[in-house]
Design a protein around this ligand. Structure first.
Ligand code: SIN
Length: 286
């Protein structure tokens, strides 16, 4: 499909695209936004370099894609309640970083975010990339027998491990982030493992290591074998899209079609990103 307002260059075999020819801070017309959305649905992850956005401008761009999602576990920044700062300081040499486990954003919500926008404010000299895994490919490469079995199953999603009362984050790890932990993170929500994308109609595998804690009507121990296999499968190298950041780059991804993780390989350097989410729909069964 051709684009008139933007240039689009695919980033890897698994998807991802770089968009150029856009200045979002100067205001983008409706056709430009529609083309960005089309590129996002087609390529799952888009990077838009050289966008000097403050929080108000990031929020304004976000709202062109839909209403804000709810941020259950991190407080908004002082400048905008729907923008969260994802920060790791140079002296925080912890092995835990925000988003460092494979996950789809806030998948434990009733209506998890469709899109996430992440804007690079300060980066380490090297490292701090974000990895994405294409979950359409993950689904399509399963055998017909496995697909048939999974089609009847729902995964139970919960924020318990990263944000529950026992979370490592409750100890003040990542002190520059306003992370909330507590009992409310214990809630569980069922979503189909085979998820039909509400806009593209394609089926994606929808189970992630961060939040899918068990299968519906099964214990964690009973679920561990199959979920473990699905987690391994869902991040195979041929499904991966790697985003190497540059200051001022905006990346937008579709949580309905990818999982992601932030690589924690830049100890001794500061990294600061600002993030918004766009409210999605209740996940549909394929
Ligand atoms: C996230 O999971 O949203 C954080 C991604 C990143 O910091 O690269």
């Amino acid at each position: 499909m051709s684009f008139r307002r933007i240039q689009v260059r695919q980033l890897s075999g698994a998807g991802g695209a770089e968009i150029t020819g856009v200045n979002l801070a100067a205001g983008a017309d409706d056709q430009t936004i529609a083309e960005i959305r089309r590129a996002l649905l087609e390529h799952l992850v888009v990077t838009i370099p050289d966008q000097p956005l403050d929080d108000a401008a990031l929020a304004a761009v976000s709202e062109r894609l839909g209403p804000f999602g709810l941020e259950p576990c991190v407080e908004g920044s002082e400048t905008h309640p729907n923008v969260i700062a994802v920060v790791k300081e140079a002296d925080e040499t912890t092995r835990f970083n925000f988003g460092g486990n494979w996950h789809s954003d806030w998948s434990f919500q009733d209506t998890p975010p469709s899109f996430t926008l992440l804007h690079a404010r300060e980066l380490p000299p090297v490292g701090g990339d974000t990895l994405f895994a294409n979950q359409y490919l993950a689904w399509e490469s399963l055998s017909p027998g496995m697909q048939r079995m999974l089609s009847g199953l729902r995964g139970m999603h919960s924020a318990r491990r990263p944000y529950g009362p026992q979370s490592v984050f409750r100890k003040g790890i990542l002190r520059s982030m306003k992370i909330r932990t507590g009992e409310e993170a214990l809630a569980e929500r069922a979503h189909p493992i085979a998820r039909r994308h509400a806009e593209t109609g394609r089926t994606a595998l929808y189970a992630n290591q961060g939040y899918t804690i068990r299968l519906e009507d099964m214990t964690e121990a009973e679920s561990a074998g199959l979920l473990g296999y699905l987690h391994e499968h869902s991040i195979r190298p041929e499904f991966i899209i790697r985003v190497v950041w540059r200051p001022g780059m905006l990346t937008i991804w579709d949580n309905r079609a990818v999982q992601h993780m932030a690589v924690n390989d830049y100890h001794g350097h500061r990294r600061e990103m600002h993030r918004t989410t766009i409210r999605g729909e209740e996940p549909l069964a394929a």
